[in-house]
Design a binder for this molecule. Structure first.
Ligand code: GLU
Length: 282
C-alpha cells in the first residue's frame, strides 16, 4: 500500500436484509474512499454459522450493486479464516491472557453490586478470573484478562484517532479507564469455537490493509477493545470514523429485523438509489 492511501470497508454480517442504516454506512464509506482516490472493500462478517446465510449475502451484494456501490477486489469472507482466528486466540492463551468463563448473564448481573454507569456494555465482574485454560469445559467462553493484557502494553495506555462528528479527536485511554470501561471481554463465544467479532474484525482490518474504519456510532465504545488487540499483536491502528445512526420514527436504532426499513422494500416500491441517498440525508 502506498503512503497516504485510503482503504476502507463495509463489513456487514449476512444475517438478514440491509436496511437504511446499512445503506447510509456503505454509501458514506464508499463515497469517502472514492473522494480520497482510495479503495472501498466489502467484507462479510460471517463467523456465526447459524445466522449467516448465503441468501443474505447474495441479497446484500445485490443491494450494494443496485445502490451503485462497486467494491474493489473480491468479497472478503471470515468463515474460512476461523482456524486462523483460533490460532491467534491460542497465542493469547499461551501468553496467559485468556481464561475460561462459565457465567451466564444472570450470574453476571447477580455478581454486580451496583448498576454500572457510563459504560456501553456490562463490564464483567471477574468471577471466573484466575481459572486456568486447563479447566476449560466444553460450554465455556474465553475472556481476555484485561489487567494481564495491559501489563504487556505500554503504560501510557491506548490511543486512537477519531474523525467522526460526535467524538472527533485523539482519544487516550489510560489503564484505569480501560478497566472501568472495557473489562474482561469475551473473545470466544460460549459453546462454540468461534471468535467474537472484536478479534476477527481487528485482524481483518489489518489483513485487508484498512486505513480508515467507517462504521456506526454504536460501535464507538468497542473501539478500545480492538485497539488493545491491535497492540497485543503489533497490528496497525486505523483511523476511526463513527457516523450518526439512522433511526426509526420513534428514535430507535434500526436493526436487521426491522423489515419495514429493508432496502428491498424500498426497491420493490419503486425507489431509486438517489431516493435512498435523500432518505438518509446524503
Ligand atoms: N459486522 C458489524 C455489523 O454488521 C460491523 C463491524 C464493523 O464495521 O467493524 O454491525
Amino acid at each position: 500500500m502506498t503512503a497516504g492511501a485510503f482503504v476502507t470497508r463495509f463489513a456487514p454480517s449476512p444475517t438478514g436484509p440491509l436496511h437504511l442504516g446499512h445503506a447510509y454506512s456503505a454509501i458514506l464509506a464508499h463515497d469517502m474512499a472514492r473522494a480520497a482516490g482510495g479503495h472501498f472493500l466489502l467484507r462479510m462478517e460471517d463467523t456465526d454459522l447459524e445466522r449467516c446465510k448465503p441468501v443474505h449475502e447474495a441479497a446484500i451484494a445485490d443491494d450494494l450493486t443496485w445502490l451503485g456501490l462497486a467494491w474493489d477486489g473480491p468479497i472478503h469472507h471470515q468463515r474460512p479464516k476461523i482456524p486462523q482466528y483460533n490460532q491467534r486466540l491460542e497465542g493469547l492463551a499461551a501468553k496467559g491472557l485468556l481464561y475460561p468463563c462459565s457465567c451466564t448473564r444472570t450470574d453476571i448481573r447477580a455478581a454486580l453490586s451496583a448498576p454500572q454507569e457510563g459504560v456501553a456494555h456490562t463490564v464483567y465482574p471477574g468471577t471466573c478470573r484466575g481459572r486456568t485454560m486447563g479447566s476449560r469445559l466444553p460450554g465455556d467462553a474465553l475472556r481476555l484478562d484485561l489487567d494481564a493484557a495491559l501489563g504487556q502494553l505500554a503504560p501510557t495506555g491506548l490511543q486512537f484517532t477519531e474523525t467522526g462528528p460526535a467524538h472527533a479527536g485523539t482519544h487516550h485511554i489510560n489503564p484505569e479507564q480501560a478497566k472501568r470501561l472495557i473489562g474482561d471481554v469475551v473473545l470466544s463465544r460460549k459453546g462454540e469455537d468461534i471468535v467474537a467479532y472484536f478479534l476477527a474484525s481487528a485482524f481483518d482490518d489489518a489483513d485487508q490493509g484498512i486505513t480508515h474504519v467507517i462504521r456506526g456510532d454504536d460501535l464507538f465504545d468497542f473501539t478500545p477493545i480492538q485497539v488493545i488487540l491491535q497492540q497485543l499483536f503489533a497490528l496497525p491502528t486505523p483511523t476511526y470514523h463513527h457516523h450518526r445512526l439512522i433511526r426509526d420514527d420513534h428514535g430507535k436504532r434500526l436493526a436487521k429485523r426491522d423489515d419495514a426499513r429493508a432496502l428491498s422494500k424500498y426497491r420493490a416500491e419503486g425507489a431509486s438509489p438517489a431516493d435512498i441517498r435523500r432518505l438518509v440525508n446524503l
